[in-house]
Design a protein around this ligand. Structure first.
Ligand SMILES: [Zn+2]
Length: 243
């Protein structure tokens, strides 16, 4: 991630996306599963999360997790939390060193940063969240902390691609109402959803000039967890913080 020359080093935004490799979990969570809600051994998940903190060079209590519910609730956090933030699909902070984590296995992890004011956000953007407006809700929360859309950069992490994500036509239409570019055809020629395209469209419409997309498809890339491909499986994380 590039940083602005104007940004003081103390608020440099950092973004990371994990994959399956390098963890302790056993099949079908092998091996770097960070989800504690998918049936994996809690000790293994704990060890994997500890490794995230070690790799990032932060105390483990600085990692903030969510219990995600495919809704639009956004939590603004300013310090370590006592467990996962309940019933939330987006985290926002202006506190340096507080590490925001979103768990995914096909949904889009959206990592936002205003490098000038030092505001970052991690968003769980699945089909329902996108349809209900979790992305604009997050941008509003960032703005309330002083972020300006024209200074925000976005990274959209790995997710199921449009060619792999078949949905009923009505479901496609429901999402296309808020993001027309999400409506695509699958490889089989059936109605599909490209959620990354839809999220990118929503962000650009909100005035965000730089939207970078990780092109990897979770269904097609065996190094990534995919609920759609495997059913019972682990979760990777999208992670953003102010260094
Ligand atoms: Zn795909």
């Amino acid at each position: 991630m590039s940083t602005s020359p104007a940004a003081p080093p103390s608020v440099r935004p950092r973004r990371v996306v994990t994959d399956r490799r390098g963890g302790r979990s056993r099949s079908p969570y092998d091996s770097f599963n960070l989800g504690d809600h998918v049936g994996d051994d809690p000790a293994d998940v704990g060890a994997n999360r500890s490794r995230v903190a070690t790799e990032l060079g932060v105390p483990e209590d600085r990692l903030v997790w969510m219990s995600q519910v495919h809704g639009t609730r956004v939590a603004v956090v300013d310090g370590p939390q006592d467990g996962a933030v309940a019933g939330t699909d987006a985290l926002v902070t202006a506190t340096p060193g507080l590490v925001l984590c979103v768990l995914v296995a096909d949904c889009v992890p959206v990592l936002l940063a205003d490098h000038r004011t030092g505001v970052v956000a991690a968003v769980h953007a699945g089909r329902e969240g996108v349809r209900q407006g979790v992305v604009p809700a997050t941008l509003s929360a960032m703005a309330s902390l002083g972020a300006k859309a024209r200074h925000v950069t976005a990274l959209l992490g790995p997710a199921v691609c449009g060619e792999c994500y078949e949905v009923p036509a009505q479901m496609q239409a429901d999402v296309a109402r808020v993001a027309p570019s999400a409506a695509v055809r699958t490889r089989q020629g059936t109605p599909g959803l490209d959620l990354r395209a839809g999220v990118a469209e929503i962000l650009r419409r909100a005035g965000i000039p730089e939207v970078v997309q990780d092109p990897r498809c979770t269904v097609e890339d065996p190094q990534l967890f995919s609920h759609r491909r495997d059913g019972v499986t682990g979760r990777q994380a999208g992670i953003v913080w102010l260094d």
